[in-house]
Write a protein that binds this ligand. Structure first.
Ligand code: ASP
Length: 584
């Protein structure tokens, strides 16, 4: 490169007129205006218009979009009628004196255009072209600012950033571990961290007191639309705290982030809502609170109801029947109601009962079972003529979750959400365990290191009502963080291992090292981890996590740029003393 830039493509203004400058960048477009060529030169910082006479610059015959060039030229003011108010450099242009071709390009697979309509897979395959587009670049910039603000806030609040290992002891902590076979220790493997959970708790035993880290975590899960195999967390832990202390740190951080990046004030402290309240009011442990349409209890009316589904649901353990009023819903077609019912079913409800309140009286699947008292209960719940009332019945969690999804469905259909609002809410007092029907055992709702809010029952006792010091931070119906006050006494930790079905030998084998940490004076402690990708996605208003990740995997877990995962060659397998079962 002979000509190194003296200005970026976003820098020149009227006060530079007359200056000799050098710009380096990519050619966005070339336009021919009566023999003169107008080039838009682009870099990370902006666009600058360059004017060149092809007769004087023969190299221009080789220059097309996405070529990389250096331009030596003079800044001059554009004629008034040619000024472009949409660009920061729109008042000037560069009169080319010399043009150096730094690199040519193959024909790009798609145009570097804000409104790119190319399919995502092609964009990700050619991410180096895709990221030259302003919206993708803006997402990367936003993410960089987010990381910076998080680090700044945590550091200002007295937290120390400590890096924890990526190659670590494999530990089943919920999802499946990624394994890294050891060459030096044949037959053994490291696990990639699903989170630095046990290391951060160990750091509390080390006396670090306030730890944080922006770190990568890995979970070998079946992919869903909003999941990635590797993701980024803001991980933190602090000693000698109650849950309110963790909340205060996060509130200070999030209010700063929102002020700086969303240009919106959010008020702290954030509202708190128990898990029970979130489930019964919104049918979700991550409630979207930007609209009402809250659920109401119909259990009293359902007990002994002529409608068998309701009566039977109330006889189940933790059986419930809840309803929801859809304002103006009596006007919905059968097809629209069927769509809502399909949502309920896809989230585990057996069905969705419904009744329309019309001028001719109640109509719909359960109308004939509703007595005057039942109708009075609907009125008390806010239903009036012209409305639709929908119900789900069954066990507490599946029935409410399904109705909660129907609520979100109608919220979308009726356009009830003001997307400018940011509603943060803390969800507290989660159940500590949940029943795994397939394995016929209780498992930890969050993870096994969360402290119970009350003493544990004897082994084999009913764990379904036990609550934990476990909390989530929810924003606009998205879980953006999850954490807990931890167990710090080794006896309690051993009891929890036993309750989830680990034998003492298994507990020793997998977590013996960690029990030892607790045995040597671990302080009371608690923390949380925020999902950085998810927060960036919400701030960017993006539809998918992939939009805010530089080199994401696609929905099948493949990296479209590098085509990983790939098959190791025979030598690599041999060194590990491993062989694929088939194919390879
Ligand atoms: N390690 C937990 C997670 O990744 C978060 C926490 O409890 O701090 O979900």
């Amino acid at each position: 490169m002979r000509h190194q830039r003296t200005k970026t493509c976003g820098e020149c203004r009227l006060n530079h007129v007359g200056e000799l400058v050098v710009l380096n960048g990519w050619v966005q477009a070339v336009r021919d205006h009566g023999g003169l060529l107008f080039l838009d030169l682009r870099d990370r910082y902006g666009f600058t218009q360059v004017v060149a006479d092809p007769a004087q610059h023969s190299v221009l015959s080789e220059v097309g979009p996405e070529c990389v060039i250096a331009v030596v030229g003079k800044v001059r003011a554009r004629p008034a009628e040619a000024r472009n108010t949409n660009r920061s450099t729109g008042d000037i242009e560069i009169e080319a004196i010399e043009i150096e071709l730094l690199n040519t390009t193959k024909v790009p697979p798609f145009e570097v255009d804000d409104e790119c309509r190319t399919r995502e897979e092609l964009r990700l395959e050619h991410r180096y072209v895709d990221m030259r587009r302003r919206p993708v670049l803006a997402a990367m910039e936003l993410r960089s600012r987010l990381n910076y603000l998080m680090r700044q806030s945590m550091t200002e609040q007295g937290f120390m950033e400590v890096e924890t290992p990526i190659l670590m002891k494999t530990s089943p902590e919920g999802a499946r571990d990624f394994l890294v076979p050891s060459r030096v220790h044949p037959g053994k493997a490291y696990g990639l961290p699903q989170s630095p959970q046990l290391f951060k708790q160990t750091l509390m035993a080390c006396g670090i007191d306030k730890y944080f880290q922006i770190c990568k975590c890995f979970r070998d899960e079946d992919l869903r639309a909003d999941r990635q195999l590797e993701f980024t967390q803001l991980d933190m832990e602090m000693s000698f705290v109650r849950q309110e202390d963790v909340f205060a740190v996060m509130e200070r951080l999030m209010t700063t982030v929102w002020r700086e990046l969303a240009r919106g004030e959010v008020a702290a402290p954030f509202p708190r809502m128990t898990w029970d309240e979130a489930m019964t009011r919104f049918g979700s442990d991550k409630p979207e609170t930007r609209f009402g349409m809250e659920l109401f209890d119909f259990a009293d009316r359902a007990r002994g109801s002529g409608f068998r589904v309701f009566a039977q649901a109330m006889e189940l353990p933790q059986g419930t029947v809840r309803g929801m009023v859809v304002k103006g819903g009596a006007a919905l077609s059968r097809k629209q109601i069927d769509e809502a019912e399909a949502v309920a079913k896809s989230y585990g409800a057996g069905g969705m009962a419904w009744v329309k309140l019309t001028a001719e009286g109640p109509q719909g699947s359960i109308a004939k079972f509703l007595a005057a008292d039942d109708l009075a209960a609907l009125t008390a719940a806010g239903a009036a003529q012209g409305d639709l009332v929908v119900f789900t019945a069954g066990r507490f969690e599946p029935a409410l979750n399904a109705l909660g999804q129907v609520r979100l469905h109608f919220g979308r259909v009726q356009n009830l959400v003001d997307s400018k609002l940011a509603h943060f809410v803390w969800i507290t007092d989660f159940p500590m365990f949940e029943w795994n029907e397939d394995e016929k055992r209780f498992e930890a709702k969050h993870h096994m290191f969360t402290a119970p809010s009350e003493p544990l029952p004897p082994l084999g006792g009913d764990l379904s009502h036990l609550k934990a010091s476990l909390y989530d931070l929810v924003l606009n119906g998205n879980e953006i963080g999850s954490g807990s006050i931890r167990i710090h006494q080794p006896e309690v930790q051993a009891q929890v291992f036993a309750h989830v079905g680990l034998t003492p030998e298994q507990a020793q084998d997998k977590f013996g090292w960690f029990l030892r940490v607790l045995e040597y004076g671990a302080p009371p402690h608690g923390g949380i981890a925020l999902g950085v990708d998810r927060i960036a996605m919400i701030l960017a208003g993006a539809a998918s996590l992939r939009e805010v990740i530089a080199f994401p995997k696609n929905a099948s877990g493949i990296c479209p740029l590098t085509q990983s995962p790939s098959a190791p060659d025979t030598k690599q397998w041999d060194e590990l003393q491993l062989r694929p079962v088939s194919g390879g």
